[in-house]
Write a protein that binds this ligand. Structure first.
Ligand code: NDP
Length: 297
């Protein structure tokens, strides 16, 4: 049997960024509107610093107005919410993203609730989650939006009638990707840590989206032959090579066991360079959408 087709998230993210940059140029030229993104980072978490830098650089490269607010880990809840309110009121800002996780002691839910839903480009506010679940126009979370773009690029625009299984039910990935699949007229099953006989559930899927955060949990024999597999998981594990592992070197793997899945799936996203690059590109796209809606253009 031939190997699965690789879904190239890096190339698709490049295409999306180019489309966003063209749209930004058009909004500036025709409407004098420059979409603006504000990213807020609290504390010194190294991974968050990398993500925030990349969000700032990519939004600037797309021609957007971009501001980054770096606050110390000791920042109080009141001061953080005050900054969010200032950004809500700032007409140059159309998208607000508070980088998660927040340092201990800060209430993530309360901070998300303080963001103006029209500027909630991370799509985490209950208003956006509610709109999404009712099939209304919403700012949807970036990674799920990226998953849908990759699926349509692989399978075509029409996904109706396909059986989709989503592994994971977080508000960041599992639930919203399930809602987007439902909007696309898929028949959707959401599986989680209490699901019985996960292997059989997975084997029903024409589309399998894995967002569990457990390295290589899904082996090839859980995958229906020819299925499209979207592996959202990003897990850091020691190298297989004992010499490299002994040096403490690590690498990234997904939630799917790529080596065995490749022999069964029809198409699959690799980790890295699958879903990962789509997330920031979709953040830029969401910021343009928010700017258009706020200015009604
Ligand atoms: P969460 O930890 O919030 O959610 C994990 C989900 O997986 C939960 O719903 C949990 O079930 C379920 N789960 C855990 N263990 C099992 C199991 N053994 N069997 C079945 N279900 C299980 O993770 P996120 O949704 O935030 O992230 C998931 C993965 O995606 C992570 O690896 C993360 O790093 C990655 N990620 C990647 C992004 C990207 O840009 N590519 C962006 C965001 C996340 P239950 O609810 O029952 O506990």
């Amino acid at each position: 049997m031939s190997e699965a087709r690789l879904i190239d998230g890096r190339a698709e993210a490049d295409n999306l960024r180019a489309r966003v940059a063209a749209e930004v140029a058009e909004l500036k030229a025709r409407h004098g509107l420059t979409p603006g993104l504000a990213v807020v980072l609290v504390g010194e978490d190294p991974a968050s610093q990398v993500y925030v830098r990349s969000k700032g650089e990519q939004s600037q490269a797309a021609g957007m107005h971009s501001v980054t607010h770096k606050l110390p880990a000791e920042t109080s809840q009141a001061a953080l919410i005050d900054l969010v309110r200032q950004l809500n009121a700032d007409p140059a800002i159309h998208g607000i993203l508070v980088q998660m996780p927040l340092p201990a002691g800060l209430d993530e839910k309360a901070v998300i609730a303080a963001i103006d839903p029209d500027k909630d480009v991370d799509g985490l506010h209950v208003i956006n989650a509610g709109r999404l679940s009712q099939g209304l126009p919403a700012l949807a979370p970036c990674t799920p939006v990226g998953c849908m773009i990759l699926l349509r690029q692989t399978l075509g625009e029409d996904l109706s009638g396909l059986r989709a299984v989503v592994l994971g039910r977080s508000i960041l990935v599992g639930r919203p990707v399930a809602q987007l699949l439902l909007q696309a007229d898929c028949t959707v099953t959401i599986a989680h840590s209490r699901t019985r006989d996960l292997a059989s559930v997975c084997r029903e899927a024409d589309i399998l989206v894995a967002a569990v955060g457990r390295p290589r949990m899904i082996p090839g024999d859980w995958i229906r032959p020819g299925a499209t597999v979207i592996d959202v998981g990003i897990n850091r594990v020691p190298f297989d090579d004992p010499a490299k592992a002994a040096e403490g070197k690590t690498k990234l793997v997904g939630d799917v066991d790529f080596r065995t899945a490749l022999k069964v799936a029809g198409a699959i996203t690799p980790v890295p360079n699958g879903v990962g690059p789509m997330t920031v590109a979709c953040l830029l796209a969401n910021t343009v959408t928010a700017a258009r809606r706020i200015h009604r253009v």
